[in-house]
Design a protein around this ligand. Structure first.
Ligand code: DX5
Ligand code: ZN
Length: 228
């Protein structure tokens, strides 16, 4: 799989993009220097919201070169993981409490040459990752309760980064929820690899309407998260 040049990498979350202009929004963040596109899949059961399905992921895949990071917030993810593999996902993560056989599902995802991850809620202990390490490419730490964009960052979650990094040298640690240019400083200091950001990137669009100006605004937001 293609390595990334340097960390942290920045993954805009499509949930905060203009839902009536997804193509324009994706092109704009791609032009603005995004590394990965984060796509939240919610089923209305595990979390109280409904979002994107494989139909949308396939359409997104057709218009972008960015790798797709599919975050499943659904019950029984093993039933639907194959749909997202077919649709072109490059990274897939699920919440281990939603799956009876998390080890097997991670193995399956890896067998398709896709990065496999689990997602830990703010109330979940980092040790949950330990027995899954042989089949884990990444751990996604939620820094908000899953279900909605635009929530406030739960700073205690940062304390899980260090013990996770100590577990396995090549484990990728991704953080998701309420991330902005201010709390990104501490996340970079703690050596988080991937910062997911919805509102703090796409929220910049109210300032402008022109496509070129939108790219400029997103580019500033991405650079601020990256710290350069
Ligand atoms: C929350 C989602 C996040 C969300 C992040 O359930 O998993 O990916 O889109 O959005 P912000 O950055 O607005 O918190
Ligand atoms: Zn997410």
């Amino acid at each position: 799989m293609k390595p990334f040049p340097s960390y942290p990498i920045i993954a805009p979350s499509l949930l905060a993009a203009d839902p009536l202009n997804l193509e324009g929004e994706i092109s704009a963040v791609e032009e603005a220097g995004a590394d990965l596109l984060h796509i939240d899949v919610m089923d209305g059961h595990f979390v109280p919201n409904l979002t994107f399905g494989p139909h949308t992921v396939r359409a997104v895949k057709a218009i972008t070169r960015l790798p797709l990071d599919v975050h499943l917030m659904v019950n029984s993810p093993s039933c639907i993981v194959p749909w997202f593999i077919d649709a072109g996902a490059n990274w897939i993560s699920f919440h281990p409490e939603t799956e009876q056989h998390p080890y097997r599902l991670l193995q399956f995802i890896q067998s398709k040459n896709i990065r496999a991850g689990i997602v830990l809620n703010p109330g979940s202990h980092w040790r949950i990752a330990e027995p899954l390490l042989p089949v884990l490419d990444f751990v996604l730490l939620m820094s908000v309760n899953p279900g909605f964009g635009g929530q406030s960052f739960i700073s205690e979650v940062q304390d899980k980064i260090e013990p996770l990094l100590a577990l396995k040298s090549n484990l990728i640690v991704e953080i998701d929820g309420g991330i902005n240019s201010i709390n990104a400083v501490g996340l970079r200091e703690r050596k988080a690899h991937v910062l997911v950001a919805g509102s703090s990137i796409f929220g910049q669009r109210a300032r402008t309407t022109l496509f070129s100006e939108r790219i400029g605004a997103y580019s500033l937001a991405i650079s601020a998260l990256r710290g350069k």
